[in-house]
Design a protein around this ligand. Structure first.
Ligand SMILES: Cc1cc2nc3c(=O)[nH]c(=O)nc-3n(C[C@H](O)[C@H](O)[C@H](O)COP(=O)(O)O)c2cc1C
Length: 204
């Protein structure tokens, strides 16, 4: 059984990297839903002016070799993805010396997963998905808080709002960065080549 520490242990031979399935390795790095809070990932999209835009979103789930995130259908990122369904994401765990970066094509997620992800979100984030609107953002703090408290009191149980949407990014390329307190950091980059992955070992 390959573990992430044996894979990226300091004594790992570069030739061994070719044996590793990056999809399996990523599943070891990303906590299963419920095991830990969802990781925060930087998500970059391409806007119509050709410049990238980046923001953080929660990594809702990793399944079937794709990372999923959820957002508001009226957001800028969704408009950008509808024109250019390509994105890059990066997640870092600096306290344990890890980063994974990837890019690829974006597709819509499945309604069942969207529902499950919403149900797992804490009460604050469930409310936020309903109340993160331009109208409420424009209110002064007292009115904003009152609108929040009223909605909260009136809706003890919440379903996902109509604007709740999910997306999947299936990586074409995956780069694992590993810090090493005894020496230089190192990366392994896996590129999808039809049905197989090619690997490259790079300096960190
Ligand atoms: C810690 C943190 C977690 C966030 N999680 C999400 C998220 O899961 N989904 C989301 O749409 N926005 C999330 N946001 C807000 C986004 O960073 C961003 O401000 C918002 O989605 C609007 O982005 P856009 O206008 O580029 O589409 C999060 C922000 C922070 C700081």
């Amino acid at each position: 059984m390959i573990t992430s520490s044996t894979v990226f242990g300091h004594d790992c031979e570069p030739a061994e990297y070719a044996e590793i399935d990056p999809v399996q390795l990523l599943s070891m790095w990303i906590p299963a839903p419920g095991d830990a809070p969802p990781p925060l990932m930087a998500l970059a999209t391409i806007a119509e002016d050709g410049y990238p835009r980046a923001r953080h979103v929660l990594l809702s789930e990793y399944r079937g070799g794709a990372v999923y995130f959820h957002t508001d259908a009226t957001s800028a990122k969704v408009a950008e993805l509808s024109v250019n369904p390509r994105a890059a994401v990066t997640v870092a765990w600096p306290e344990i010396g890890r980063q994974v970066s990837m890019y690829g094509d974006i597709t819509s997620s499945e309604p069942q997963l969207d529902q499950a992800v919403y149900a797992r979100r804490g009460r604050y984030l469930q409310l936020l998905a309903w109340l993160n609107t331009p109208e409420i953002a424009a209110l002064d703090p007292a009115r904003r808080h009152a609108a929040w408290a009223r909605f909260d009191a009136e809706h003890p149980r919440l379903e996902p709002p109509p604007n709740w949407v999910g997306f999947a990014l299936e990586p074409k390329e995956l780069t694992f960065w590993r810090g090493d307190p005894l020496g230089p950091s190192q990366r392994t980059r896996y590129r999808r080549d039809k049905d197989r992955w090619t690997v490259e070992v790079l300096p960190g």
